[in-house]
Design a protein around this ligand. Structure first.
Ligand SMILES: [Cu+2]
Length: 153
């Protein structure tokens, strides 16, 4: 949402074959990800029906680059939610939850992106409890959420 969303980009999967287990491809041509923000960290995540994964469950506060692959068959989004609600327990308002309800806020997201693509965004995160979710109708209810913690730097 807001300013962070403007930084989000979507890349085609397969255009990033240089990004393998070896993260040592920073800056090379044709390597759209694998480059953490200065002083920050990168989180590699996936979305699909009806599951979200991330390669780390916590990061230090500061700039965090999310690179999220859509491995499903339909569009998904990837929303960073700050909340103290337990994982999966944010109260729904119909088929989604309000991202600015009491006790819920979103410092950023990758808005809906297509199957077979990778979305990216860099977000400056403060210490706290978070969830990484898809808030398309019914997707949170169907299981697209995981807990995420930002530690004091
Ligand atoms: Cu979804």
């Amino acid at each position: 949402m807001k300013r962070a969303a403007a930084l989000a980009s979507v890349l085609l999967l397969g255009a990033s074959t240089a990004c393998g287990a070896d993260r040592n491809d920073a800056g090379g041509p044709g390597t759209p990800h694998g480059t953490p923000p200065p002083g920050g960290v990168e989180v590699n995540a996936t979305v699909r029906e009806w599951r979200i994964t991330a390669d780390v469950q916590s990061v230090p506060a500061g700039p965090v680059k999310f690179s999220t692959a859509n491995l499903g068959t339909i569009e998904h989004e990837f929303v960073i939610i700050r909340t103290d609600y337990p994982d999966g327990k944010i109260p729904l308002d119909g088929a989604t939850f309000s991202e600015d309800a009491p006790g819920v806020s979103s410092p950023g997201e990758i808005s809906e992106f297509k199957p077979g693509t990778v979305g990216e965004t860099v977000i400056d995160l403060e210490p706290g409890h978070y969830q990484l979710v898809c808030n398309i109708e019914q997707h949170y209810h169907n299981g697209m959420h995981i807990p995420f913690v930002v530690q004091p730097a």
